[in-house]
Design a protein. Structure first.
Lengths: 343, 128
């Protein structure tokens, strides 16, 4: 280490490097950190890329020969958070979360296997631009991955004396992929409910917290939806009950309410199919607008922290009667076929 | 000479409009060749048997059978319209451009049959 020279730039570098090294030596295990990426099926990858790049303002990191396109928000540092995959259908191919260390993958492989779920080990690179990974099916049937390393490209504003936002963003200029909501097969008549099964798996095996839930049905015991977190925001993933499993929406972060309004203006100017105009969620307290990508996958722009979510926070419950108040707080009523239309 | 609709028509570029008849709810509406059937329907009628969904060919709620007429389609999810379906005139209204007057019938999405809706308000609405 270089000698300490008061006021010199190298002091700061030395100090930063010492802190990083101490963290690494501690082998700091945190389990799952955050939502890493979603891979979406799209019917026309060029049209889809135009939507996510020009209208949402994601930045392109890479494009495979077959058109598969890797995108990230300007405020993200990993290489991608959204993959657009040419397909003959819409919907989600898989969801991946990032864990803190490689050793976390071994821990989770043991725990998931012990829970009776088959785990596949993937060599580095099998999950594009990632280190080794593990994959397994959620109780709802969704394809799910955990990885510890992904190539990094850095935030658009850099890390040295950064501006609060970069110049030259296109369209809405979303910050990052915030969360994903999966539709999970359920049938109250037969007692099948993979929302509840997922919640149990995410709580007991993946160490997620349950911030909010909808308990509906004649006896108020049918878990119709759930919001779960690993970060300190109300949800990193959500589950809703439906006749078949699928994708309800992928959501992108904006700072505040005025950004959501501006996003809706941009969507209207470009004649993007808007599903729900700007409003407030009761559940998570977020401000929101919903719309569809050109293949019909629902997108959301979501603003605000909501509230501080912590593992010891008591879970919030909405009953069947107040379900729509929870979803669209102002009217407390259904908009369109919000829960029936999904990919 | 100022451009007029007539002048445009002389050059063959006047928008061509067709009449769409939706069976079952006794409604007819106009749809230009530059519009999808669902988009034209959505401007005149919201509560029909054709649900207005994603408008992108992905969700399948606007599945229809064309009983009569000519049309063109763009890419649709094979989860909702198979090649065999397509050969039988099944299409998604949001991906269908008329090329003549059409008679169409809403047939709903291709999904496993649902059981009778539960009595609870919450669950019934959730499954809408």
């Amino acid at each position: 280490m270089a000698a300490f020279r008061p006021g010199h730039r190298s002091n700061r570098q030395a100090a930063t490097s010492a802190i990083r090294s101490a963290n690494e030596q501690r082998s700091y295990r945190m389990g799952i950190m955050r939502l890493g990426h979603v891979r979406l099926h799209v019917l026309d990858v060029d049209e889809a890329a135009r939507h996510y790049e020009e209208t949402l303002g994601l930045l392109r990191s890479h494009r495979d020969d077959d058109g598969t396109t890797y995108l990230r928000g300007w405020d993200e540092w990993d290489m991608y958070s959204v993959i657009l995959m040419p397909s003959d259908r819409a919907g989600i191919d898989h969801t991946a979360f990032k864990v803190r260390t490689d050793a976390d993958l071994d821990d989770f492989r043991k725990r998931i296997t012990a829970a009776g779920v088959a785990v596949t080990e993937l060599a580095p690179g099998q999950l594009s631009f990632c280190g080794r990974a593990i994959r397994f099916d959620l109780p709802s049937g969704h394809d799910f991955y955990l990885f510890a390393d992904k190539e990094q490209v850095g935030k658009a504003v850099g890390t040295t004396n950064p501006d609060p936002w970069p110049d030259g963003l296109k369209g809405v200029g979303v910050h990052w992929l915030d969360h994903v909501m999966l539709m999970c097969e359920a049938n109250p008549e037969t007692g099948t409910n993979t929302v509840a099964d997922n919640v149990s798996f995410f709580s007991n095996v993946l160490d997620f917290g349950l911030s909010e839930q909808v308990l509906a049905g004649p006896d108020g015991d049918f878990m119709a939806a759930a919001w779960m977190f690993r970060t300190s925001t109300p949800h990193d993933i959500a589950f809703g009950a439906g006749p078949v499993s699928g994708l309800h929406h992928v959501s992108f972060f904006l700072d505040e309410w005025s950004d959501v309004l501006r996003a809706a203006d941009i969507l209207a100017k470009r004649e993007v199919r808007v599903d729900v105009t700007p409003q407030r969620h009761g559940i998570t307290r977020g401000s929101t607008t919903y719309f569809f990508d050109p293949s019909g996958n629902r997108n959301e722009t979501f603003a605000g922290l909501g509230y501080l979510a912590q593992p010891d926070m008591p879970t919030i419950t909405w009953d069947g009667e107040h379900l729509w108040r929870g979803i669209f707080f102002h009217t407390g009523a259904v908009i369109g076929d919000f829960l029936g239309v999904y990919t | 000479m100022p451009a007029t609709i007539g002048a445009l028509a002389d050059h063959g570029v006047r928008p061509v409009t067709h009449v769409i008849t939706l069976l079952g709810v006794d409604i007819t509406f106009a749809c230009g060749e530059q519009s999808t059937v669902l988009r034209a329907l959505a401007t005149v009628y919201q509560a029909g048997s054709i649900v207005s969904g994603c408008h992108g060919g992905g969700c399948g709620v606007c599945r229809v059978r064309v009983a009569q007429g000519h049309y063109e389609c763009s890419a649709m999810s094979r989860a909702h319209v198979t090649p065999a379906d397509e050969a039988e005139g099944i299409t998604l209204a949001c991906r269908t451009w008329p090329r003549s007057d059409l008679v169409i019938e809403a047939i709903g999405r291709r999904r496993p049959a649902r059981s009778a809706p539960p009595t609870s308000k919450g669950v019934t609405e959730w499954e809408s």
